[in-house]
Design a protein around this ligand. Structure first.
Ligand SMILES: NC(=O)c1ccc[n+]([C@@H]2O[C@H](COP(=O)([O-])OP(=O)(O)OC[C@H]3O[C@@H](n4cnc5c(N)ncnc54)[C@H](O)[C@@H]3O)[C@@H](O)[C@H]2O)c1
Length: 249
């Protein structure tokens, strides 16, 4: 199989976009670490997939540098290599700017932005040490290039992810490491909340008025990890049913 012998970490791998990516990478033969704060959900996904030692769960808080470093080391001990990371774990928190106290600001910046730096830094260092020409994929958002109301910190974090993706590509290309990203539109995952009415309103913002399924984002992420995407580097690919391409329909 195409990705046999490769070991990839998927952060936020227990749910939504991460979960579907775990399944697709494993289907291509990769060994996968389901890295998530929610260790119960991560463990039950590993059990459900039933691929013995090839798909394993790991509890991590990606907002903590030392935990991300330990996760990368653990992966190398477990699989004798590391070929990439999907920096995907994230949270949302909607609050108007005038109510955005420093603690609320930092909560999202720590999880959605700093985690991506930690993931890139520790994984790239290890891949360079091992001589692995791997791939880093980061989850940004449509709100990394345009602003959403009540999302000052989220918008800032996702814009940083877009630029970190480019900067890492520039710095790591000499080592044969690619850095790329995805910018999802509105994806039907738990992060959107429970309200069917709110989801329907978001769906209307897409060109074809439907929410995007998490597996549709995973399709693109999985492609980016493969050799078929070898010429894609530094870019963040929108997976947004055209959202960023039009103002009103
Ligand atoms: N769903 C959307 O509409 C949408 C749109 C654009 C971008 N995104 C981004 O996609 C990514 C994945 O989101 P999703 O929609 O699959 O949501 P989700 O809530 O289904 O999955 C997020 C996962 O991240 C994990 N997580 C959260 N904080 C963590 C931490 N500190 N350490 C480790 N794991 C942590 C959660 O436990 C969960 O399993 C996020 O970065 C999100 O910002 C989502």
């Amino acid at each position: 199989m195409e990705m046999e012998g490769q070991a990839i970490i998927v952060t936020g791998g227990a749910s939504g976009i991460g979960k579907e990516t775990v399944k697709q990478l494993a289907a291509k033969g990769a060994s996968v670490v389901i890295a998530d704060f929610n260790s119960e959900a991560a463990a039950s996904l590993a059990t459900e997939m039933d691929l013995a030692d090839k798909v394993v769960s790991y509890k991590v808080d990606v907002s903590k540098a030392e935990e991300v470093e330990a996760m990368v080391h653990w992966t190398v001990e477990k699989f004798n290599t590391i070929n990439g990371i999907f920096n995907n774990a994230g949270i949302g928190l909607v609050k108007p700017l005038l109510e955005l106290d420093p603690a609320s600001y930092h909560k999202v910046i720590d999880v959605d932005q700093h985690s991506v730096y930690y993931g890139i830094y520790y994984t790239a260092k290890k891949m360079v040490e091992l001589g692995v020409k791997g791939t880093i994929v980061n989850t940004a958002s449509i709100y990394g290039s345009i602003a959403a109301l009540g999302s000052f910190n989220y918008n800032a974090a996702k814009a940083a992810v877009v630029m970190m993706t480019k900067s890492a590509a520039l710095e790591l290309s000499d080592y044969g490491i690619r850095s790329v990203g995805v910018a999802p539109g509105f994806i039907d995952t738990p992060i959107l909340g429970d309200s069917d009415e709110a989801k329907e309103q978001l769906a209307q913002l897409h060109m074809r008025q439907q929410l995007i399924k998490p597996e549709q984002v995973a399709n693109v992420v999985t492609f980016l990890f493969t050799d078929a995407a070898n010429a894609v580097n530094g870019q963040t690919i929108p997976v947004d049913d055209g959202f960023l391409s039009f103002k009103t329909k």
